[in-house]
Design a protein around this ligand. Structure first.
Ligand code: ZN
Length: 244
């Protein structure tokens, strides 16, 4: 089975479509796993939810998914993110809101656990430190977990004892599933923040037992134009050019 891991889509339909097209160039996609934030920031919330739902999929709730339906407060959001969350909420149909409302905070898929932030704080915590990774390993009931939220692609593996090794994940790099437990972040599809503006996603080949990160170009200008037309904060459009 070929599973595409698509995190932090953030209402960026052009990026999402480009990632799926790229994945499907080498064979059919059997399933999507989304570790949260299908909406927020970008111009196409409804279309991104619809595209995700066109596939058999497993998704968990991100902070932006819940902010858009007023399930969490935007008090901790910066002003642009809060404005985008309010705009997103106004675009959603009742049915789309119900879909987001039904997303679990944590989902298990065989050997994998999906969570947007961390198992310690599923919706809000950024898994960025070795301490947070150690705590994640401690709480994991499966050998592998997938997180999103930071929009930074990386993998972290558990060594002997308390040791954790974490590395940024680069385009085309393959991680093999073996003895060691792993945490991965597949990067942001719709708003990368590692300085590379290309959409990021991971292809999981369940037979080969490999996870491969891919970076895909998409029409950034088209998404930016839609955002400006929608009246979304200009910084949110500009940052897509830099992957910040
Ligand atoms: Zn996000």
């Amino acid at each position: 089975m070929r599973i595409a891991i698509v995190a932090d889509i953030h209402s960026n339909l052009a990026a999402f479509q480009a990632a799926l097209r790229h994945a499907e160039e080498t064979g059919p996609i059997d399933r999507l796993w989304c570790p949260g934030d299908v909406v927020g920031y970008g111009p196409d919330p409804g279309a991104c939810i619809a595209l995700l739902r066109r596939y058999p999929h497993t998704a968990v709730a991100g902070n932006h998914d819940l902010a858009a339906i007023d399930k969490v407060s935007t008090a901790d959001f910066n002003a642009s993110a809060a404005r985008a969350a309010a705009w997103t909420g106004a675009q959603l149909t009742r049915e789309e809101r119900q879909y987001l409302d039904g997303l679990p905070e944590v989902a298990k898929e065989g050997e994998f656990t999906l969570v947007h932030g961390t198992l310690r704080a599923p919706v809000w915590e950024y898994l960025l430190s070795l301490e947070a990774a150690r705590e994640q390993f401690r709480l994991m009931e499966t050998p592998y977990s997938i997180v999103g939220h930071s929009h930074l692609p990386f993998w972290a593996e558990e060594g002997g004892g308390d040791e954790v090794r974490s590395e940024p994940w680069s385009d085309g790099e393959r991680v093999e599933l073996g003895e060691r437990r792993l945490i991965i972040n597949s990067g942001g599809v719709g708003q990368p923040r590692d300085g590379d503006p290309r959409a990021a996603y991971v292809l999981y080949d369940t037979e080969a037992r490999t996870l491969t990160l891919h970076r895909v170009e998409y029409d950034i200008a088209a998404t930016q134009e839609k955002m400006r037309t929608a009246g979304l904060p200009s910084w949110l459009a500009e940052r897509l050019s830099f992957g910040q």
